[in-house]
Design a protein around this ligand. Structure first.
Ligand code: CO
Length: 198
């Protein structure tokens, strides 16, 4: 049996495809610049995606690459100046391949409970504040092929999905803080800008 020239199992074929994909990505990783607050695109609602083309799949891969390069666990298209309803998430940062999540035109369809944890954002470097979020959410979204699916999450996954879906509606995590806390953060940002550290 010619097992040396042929990939016999689905797992081997999958691995081969993955290896090819990684090789392609390593030679040509297109990284997008992540824009910072107060860029107006961050405050704008993204347009829904209506065409599920190979260009979209390519953009999603570039978003993952850009997110990893910036050491983030989530990135929304408006953060790279593309005002569309696309977000990528990987809460284990490459540790578990199954954690890679692409949400296109996502919608929270159910939510329960509350959690309060610290959040940060690639568009708000150095700012970390506790934010109240739903403890459990169910999200309906489309994948790169346009197929609808549902995903449920608790803890960090719920938080990441809610944070990223907020981005698609022009909402930043500092908009979820109390007036007083938000004002303090904005003052800190002004100082950082003044010192050329923003
Ligand atoms: Co963010």
């Amino acid at each position: 049996m010619p097992t040396d020239t042929k990939l016999d199992t689905a797992a081997e074929r999958r691995l081969a495809r993955q290896t090819t994909r990684d090789a392609v990505r390593k030679t040509a990783p297109k990284l997008h610049e992540v824009i910072k607050y107060p860029h107006p695109i961050l405050m704008k609602k993204g347009e829904p995606v209506t065409e599920f083309t190979p260009d979209l799949a390519q953009l999603v891969e570039e978003m993952f690459d850009s997110m990893y390069a910036a050491e983030g666990i989530g990135l929304a298209a408006p953060q790279i100046s593309i005002s569309k309803q696309i977000t990528v998430i990987d809460i284990s940062f490459k540790e578990r391949p199954e954690d890679k999540l692409v949400l296109i035109n996502p919608e929270v369809i159910d939510r329960r409970g509350k959690q309060v944890e610290e959040e940060g954002c690639l568009s708000l470097p150095e700012i970390h504040e506790k934010v109240q979020r739903d403890a459990w959410v169910k999200v309906r979204a489309q994948n790169v092929k346009g197929e609808f699916f549902e995903v449920e999450g608790t803890e960090l996954l719920a938080r990441a999905m809610l944070h990223e879906i907020d981005h698609l509606h022009g909402i930043l995590f500092i908009d979820r803080l109390s007036r007083l806390k938000r004002d303090l953060v904005l003052r800190r940002i002004k100082k950082l800008q003044k010192n050329g550290d923003w």
